[in-house]
Design a protein around this ligand. Sequence first.
Ligand SMILES: [Zn+2]
Length: 244
Amino acid sequence: MNGPEIQLTFAPELRLFLSADRRRPGAAVITDGVSTLGHVVESLGVPLTEVGRLCVDGRPVPVSHVPAAGESVEVEAVTRPQEVPGAPLRFLLDVHLGTLARRLRLLGVDAAYESEDLGDPALAALSAAEQRVLLSRDRGLLRRREIWAGGYVYSDRPDEQLRDVLSRFAPRLAPWSRCTACNGPLQDADKDAVREHLEHGTRRTYDVFAQCAACGRVYWRGAHHARLQAIVESAVSEFGAAAV
Ligand SMILES: [Zn+2]
């Protein structure tokens, strides 16, 4: 290919997506002369969901800009917290992010997730239909045009994944308000009313506090409570006030 040569500099956060020879600031890239800058960036492996401003010789340009020879392009990362306009902030997680989905729900964040793999086309369509931010570690999935909005999850460790999503999108936290099993809303439960759902030992020992309005699951302060409480306290202390 003999198209125009441009220089590309990617923000440090984006360099993990690039092959080693493109990570150097000002790396030369030959384009085809007709592709948009968005296409060029994506073809180098960087999902556009992760890209903030694009600047040519210091001036911001849209992703539709067609780069010309000699241009020096800076590719910035999305700013944090990232505004996702147009709908209440809610998420859809791919099949590999089950632990993250349960932790977001624990914090009251709307996080749709199916443990069975729906496949990329169905996930992308669901993101569009329900206006959910699609979270994934799969770059191919995030490149799909249909998705309403997306975010790459940088770590494979649930603790870091949670901090990544909370710092990036700053969702409002409302701990203990959502079912970790199905994402439905929790309502206050009376111990007598949910008695038949409980094992005898549980009935004797624990105070029931909530029941899922969608799936009926009953929540009480049981064996896992201290661990969950620690996750909640850490998230609330770092990422904002809880609605109690
Ligand atoms: Zn439920």
